[in-house]
Design a protein around this ligand. Structure first.
Ligand SMILES: [Zn+2]
Length: 376
């Protein structure tokens, strides 16, 4: 008998839990999308999917300046606002079974360049300095990404999650829990291996992709730059009596964008895998979405490891092992009162979800507002 996945269905963001979404009583949306390129940046995944004749959507706060970053309900693609998050959630729900969700949440608060101010370490469970706005935003977007990833996996969608290999987002509790529950394979590839720029002008930047399918191995490449010469993204500067690393803004931004060849390779690898993908079969079609087996559960359920391949990691314990700060509590406690309100549970769980504009209408995202006084 299939058993339930260890996904954190109690994860709450903007007053909505994963379970709320999966048990939503309103009729399911049409699952008419093949791919969603979330935090799309230069949208290489989206373009590759469209070029292949697929129904794809690109989503990013900075995609259309003046529109998607405006905060207007129905237009915003800012995942730090409730209306932007709800729009992304609707798009995730529209992905067909076996469809593709690719996301690379911003890494700026999780990497070494700003590590001193962000203060992410094992002692604070990589949550960082919660008073620092950059950390607050990083935590919110990482939590939003984990939420959407969990919903997608539970609905039989293939998910690819990307960040630099050294990013501490891989250790951020809720992201780690979702990844540990559903990821079959992780692989790294350097940007320079996919670039068409002249030798020596290519950026070395490494991408790490964690995926619900083993097909992501197809994009593994090695750096073959002559003399291992690359365009430098960071330099050492003498400041306040110490050497410090600093980035050159434009180059760093450009380095985050996937080269077109990498976008095509990811889409092609996924498409090649779909013909034999167990989650695309009709066996689970009659089950309610929230009871279906996630791709990661194949490890312990029906999936059999081919001979000669590496053993997969075991699924983590059930969701009740979530850190206390992520557990939705019916009553506000002293432990939760110090959290931003986007992580505060709702008093009443609504089963019908709407894309309310709460949180962004005032211009300031709700997670920046002080916690309600009733929680103090
Ligand atoms: Zn190289």
């Amino acid at each position: 008998m299939p058993k339930a996945c260890s996904f954190p269905t109690t994860l709450v963001i903007f007053g909505i839990s994963v379970q709320d979404v999966l048990q939503d009583s309103t009729p399911d949306v049409a699952r008419d999308k093949d791919a969603l390129d979330l935090f799309c940046g230069a949208a290489a995944i989206h373009r590759a999917a469209v070029d292949s004749g697929l129904a794809s959507t690109a989503f990013d706060k900075f995609r259309v300046p003046g529109i998607t970053d405006s905060g207007k309900a129905g237009l915003t693609e800012d995942l730090s606002s409730k209306s932007g998050f709800m729009r992304a959630l609707e798009l995730v729900k529209r992905l067909r079974r076996g469809g593709l969700l690719v996301m690379g949440p911003p890494c700026s608060s999780f990497v070494v360049l700003n590590a001193k101010k962000c203060q992410r370490n094992a002692q604070n469970n990589y949550q960082g300095d919660l008073k620092y706005p950059v950390v607050q935003l990083g935590n919110l977007l990482a939590t939003a990404a984990a939420f959407l990833m969990a919903v997608a996996c539970m609905r039989g969608v293939e998910v690819v999650f990307e960040n630099p290999p050294s990013s501490t987002i891989w250790k951020f509790p809720i992201v780690k829990q979702v990844l540990d529950s559903c990821v079959q394979r992780s692989t790294c590839t350097p940007r320079c291996a996919w670039s068409r720029e002249p030798w020596g002008k290519r950026m070395l930047k490494r991408f790490k992709f964690a995926c619900t399918g083993t097909w992501i191995s197809d994009i593994r490449r090695k750096c073959r730059c002559p003399g291992r010469r690359h365009l430098r993204l960071t330099c050492r500067v003498w400041r306040n009596g110490k050497f410090r690393f600093t980035g050159t803004g434009l180059a760093l931004k450009k380095s985050a964008a996937y080269p077109d060849a990498l976008g095509k390779a990811i889409v092609n690898a996924w498409r090649k895998s779909t013909t034999s993908c167990p989650i695309a079969c009709s066996a689970h079609a009659s089950s309610p979405a929230w009871l279906e087996i996630c791709p990661g559960a194949r490890n312990s359920l029906t999936y059999k490891r081919p001979a000669g391949t590496k053993k997969m990691r075991k699924p983590l314990p059930a969701s009740d092992s979530l850190p206390a700060w992520l557990q939705p509590s019916p009553a506000c406690t002293s432990a939760s009162s110090s959290q931003p309100d986007w992580l505060q549970p709702k008093a009443i769980v609504a089963r019908k979800l709407t894309s309310s504009t709460t949180g962004s209408a005032s211009g300031a995202p709700s997670w920046l507002n002080p916690a309600p006084s009733s929680c103090s």
